[in-house]
Design a protein around this ligand. Sequence first.
Ligand code: NAP
Length: 246
Amino acid sequence: MQFKDKVVLVTGSARGIGLNIAQAFAQQGALVIIMDLNGQQTQEVAAQLKTEGYLADGFGCDVTNLSNVQETVNKILDIHKHIDILVNNAGITRDNLLLRLEENDWDDVIKVNLKGTFNVTKVVTKAMLKARKGKIISIASVIGMTGNIGQANYAASKAGVIAFSKSVAKEFACRNITVNCVAPGYIRTSMTAKIPEEVQKKVLERIPLSRFGEVADVAGVCLFLASTAADYITGQTIVVDGGLTV
Ligand code: NAP
């Protein structure tokens, strides 16, 4: 129960990697805030966690909208008083080769993945500053380090998240707030299920550990970065890719 009495906010946590991260923190005693686009879905996920004996609450929020983020975080703080750990997980892909990539595909991905991370981090750090402690973890991607054909928008957004986190880590180190990223490779979720089978086969051949990652592989690293064992780690990106980018 290493996160007992901690409030953990996970964005984009109604499904996929975010949901698994929230479940992992809940299993360690944290009160988890499920934040996602669909408010009803967040309530249902939180209710399900509660029936399993965990502490949870759900809030609908669009991370791209700064005033919506501010209102939602105010509500969370009114009810739960503090946010100790933030996991910026909400993210989307709109893949296409550059010559076919539409302006709105670029804008949407940058808005959710990069501006969303800026919005939630900016608002939540205010509460953390008062407490003079906090842990911020953002889910980036190995694509933000290596680039990828058909993912110029996604790669740029995730590279941005890594650089943003390094800067914020420097700004808030003196306030005892650590800021780190997790960069997953290919994790089995609905996001990667969209990748054509023949492409998946080729990727698998390049993964030294010979399997796609599971959501739990990412959640485990988030638990570590949020724990006291990682108190002296900030501004870092931990790659979780089965050796793909080695
Ligand atoms: P996912 O299953 O598509 O889940 C993403 C969640 O984010 C969804 O619940 C989605 O809500 C929510 N979301 C989208 N736009 C939002 C917004 N504007 N405001 C609030 N929530 C929003 O994706 P995933 O595979 O779990 O990925 C989670 C994170 O890991 C992403 O940042 C992704 O880039 C990163 N990642 C994933 C992989 C992988 O292999 N899966 C690899 C590297 C990095 P809706 O369902 O309503 O759209």
